[in-house]
Write a protein that binds this ligand. Structure first.
Ligand SMILES: NC(=O)c1ccc[n+]([C@@H]2O[C@H](COP(=O)([O-])OP(=O)(O)OC[C@H]3O[C@@H](n4cnc5c(N)ncnc54)[C@H](O)[C@@H]3O)[C@@H](O)[C@H]2O)c1
Ligand SMILES: Nc1nc(=O)c(N)c(NC[C@H](O)[C@H](O)[C@H](O)COP(=O)(O)O)[nH]1
Length: 269
């Protein structure tokens, strides 16, 4: 029996001002998708115990909140290491909701080989989710034919995004402007960025704050300890090299969900 979550109407009302406008209420077409940054963190800012380790942080109430967010966004975006670690379904499991978000997987360097048995395809075949769009820096001629075929069969695809090679890692990187342009071209009007750490830290670069419309963070009352996947964006300094805070939320509100608290805010000025 597939998991069925419920999210109470009073909590829906609390979240509504933080969410993308419903399509029918949108007065003018947007030039880029509405971006919600959302994740679950421990008290020591960890998303998971270690890279590659799936770690449950959200309790039942905040988990249902995350799935409610999935009903209210056109797309859900994660990095390839999250897919490799978690084998996520990336679908919405709120009882009675017919909406499914489009999974977007950032895999600039083609690290993931999709397989028929992956959960994201399984839920798709069961009519409980959509097939992923994989954003890659690879040329069409370098895409593995079997992966292209598997995606096509389920309604997914690779999308090529302009990339630059990082001097530090030698890996291909996207700018968030290009990621959002790719989603806009697919008529995806809103996206929730769920993680993992590298994706979130890259989006929290001050150059991209203007692209983030809403931030919704679940904080679980636990310390995971050192060695976890940590949300901590690259340091920013002034012209004298003195460290500055990278970002501070405004329009902040805190909402308890069971043992967890959900923090809402914005980085837009
Ligand atoms: N608690 C949560 O809410 C939550 C959410 C998602 C994932 N997770 C956990 O996080 C861990 C994975 O996080 P992670 O940091 O190891 O990996 P990740 O999921 O952030 O993916 C890393 C990959 O994304 C690529 N990437 C990041 N920014 C990019 C950009 N701008 N352009 C192109 N590529 C980019 C990196 O090169 C790397 O290949 C897993 O353990 C997972 O369970 C937890
Ligand atoms: N809100 C939240 N609380 C958590 O405790 C946790 N581990 C995640 N992780 C986010 C990640 O992006 C995927 O949601 C997971 O990998 C699970 O995926 P599914 O639910 O199967 O789609 N998210």
């Amino acid at each position: 029996m597939p998991e069925q979550l419920t999210f109470p109407a009073e909590s829906v009302a609390v979240l509504e001002p933080r969410l993308p406008p419903k399509l029918e209420l949108q007065d003018a077409p947007r030039s880029r998708p509405f971006v919600t940054l959302t994740f679950a963190t421990s008290l020591d800012s960890s998303l998971s115990l270690a890279p590659g380790v799936r770690t449950r942080l959200s309790g039942p109430g905040s988990k249902a909140m995350t799935h409610y967010l999935r009903t209210r966004h056109a797309a859900i975006l994660v990095g390839v290491s999250t897919v490799l670690a978690d084998d996520p379904a990336l679908n919405c499991r709120i009882a009675g909701s017919s909406h499914q978000p489009r999974p977007i997987i950032i895999d600039a360097n083609l690290r993931w080989t999709p397989r028929r048995s992956d959960k994201v395809f399984e839920v798709c075949r069961n009519g409980a989710g959509l097939a992923p769009f994989i954003l890659t820096g690879a040329d069409a001629s370098d895409l593995p034919a079997a992966s292209v075929e598997l995606l096509h069969e389920h309604g997914g695809k690779y999308i090529r995004v302009p990339s630059a090679r990082s001097e530090a890692t030698g890996r291909l990187r996207f700018s968030w402007d290009d990621i959002l342009s790719a989603l806009q071209a697919e008529h995806l009007t809103s996206v929730m960025v769920e993680g993992g750490g590298q994706i979130i830290n890259s989006l929290l670069d001050p150059a991209y704050h203007k692209l983030i419309d809403s931030v919704i963070v679940t904080i679980a009352p636990t310390w995971l300890g050192q060695g976890g996947v940590v949300v901590s964006p690259e340091r920013v300094t002034d012209s004298a090299g003195v460290p500055l805070p990278v970002a501070r939320l405004s329009q902040v509100s805190w909402h308890p969900f069971g043992d967890d608290v959900v923090l809402c805010g914005t980085l837009r000025v």
